[in-house]
Design a protein around this ligand. Structure first.
Ligand code: GUN
Length: 283
């Protein structure tokens, strides 16, 4: 049976090491790093995520505010709010929680966020820099967290066959680019991939982020592979990932569980990005 990667523990360590740095920064500059989150509608998973972001900020002595807006909010109102937050010097990081309700063009809203405050790394400037292999101001949080988790295994990324299942802007594409930059051979699969198992079985490192409960089974994984499961799916009585943990853990050398795998790392990286934004703001 493979080793279970404890994302909660890794994330706690990162937060601990940031805690003293933030305290020192606040004492020196009088500035308190501040994240503002925009949450539209009643999506239950988003409500939970946003609560954990608020709690995580408070625990590290950072400020946060969530703008909770009704499902009926118009795109123009969101754009106005983002523009106001862009101008507010006390706000270092802006995060518009996804998904946005139907009828709102998420791109139109996200593209309004100032690249300097884009702690989600979704602005075309930041994504473009990542694509070019240049330094973006921010890289989205989950991909950064995934890289940190892979590093804890000691398995080299350079030269590895990496398969990413999922091509979202927030996880699949950026994680593939980060790994490519670190000299992995990267393949991206998605819903139209003809024989998913045939491709995933090539992976030394397999990253799954599609939002389909337990779509990747043990027989689709090469023996000894590192398996990173980004999925969080609510079945009637429990949370499960996109990987069938029970069969996968028998073949993987390292595997992330759901929950307590990738999720806590996303939040740690969001805190890191927000602190980075605040540090840049005082220079
Ligand atoms: N919804 C689920 N995960 C995320 C995330 O990392 N950022 C944003 N903005 N929305 C999300």
């Amino acid at each position: 049976m493979g080793n279970i990667i404890n994302g909660k523990e890794v994330s706690d360590k990162i937060r601990e090491s940031m805690s003293a740095q933030i305290e020192e920064f606040k004492n020196k500059t009088g500035v308190v790093p501040r994240l503002e989150v925009v949450l539209v509608g009643e999506d239950p998973a988003s409500q939970v995520y946003v609560r954990s972001k608020e709690k995580a900020c408070a625990k590290l002595g950072m400020e946060s505010k969530t703008h909770r807006l009704p499902e009926s909010t118009k795109q123009e109102q969101l754009v106005d709010l983002v523009r106001t937050l862009n101008k507010d010097k006390k706000v270092h990081g802006i995060l518009v929680q996804l998904p946005l309700p139907k009828g709102i063009n998420a791109t139109k809203v996200l593209d309004e966020i100032s690249p300097e405050k884009d702690v989600d790394g979704l602005h075309p400037y930041n994504m473009g820099k990542l694509l070019k292999g240049e330094d973006p101001l921010f890289v989205s949080c989950t991909p950064q967290g995934i890289i940190e988790l892979i590093k804890t295994t000691g398995v080299p990324i350079k030269g590895a066959e990496v398969v990413v299942v999922g091509r979202s802007n927030i996880v699949g594409k950026p994680v593939a680019l980060l790994l490519l930059q670190q000299h992995a051979t990267v393949t991206i699969c998605h819903s139209r991939t003809k024989d998913l198992g045939e491709v995933t079985r090539r992976a030394d490192i397999l990253i799954v982020s599609v939002g389909s409960p337990q779509i990747v089974k043990g027989d689709m994984i090469k023996k000894g592979a590192v398996v990173i499961d980004v999925g969080v799916n609510r079945l009637s009585d429990k949370l499960v990932g996109d990987v069938d943990f029970e069969s996968a853990k028998e073949v993987a050398s390292f595997i992330t569980p759901v929950p307590r795998g990738v999720g806590p790392m996303t939040i740690a990286m969001l805190l890191k990005n927000t602190f980075l934004a605040a540090q840049r703001g005082v220079k």
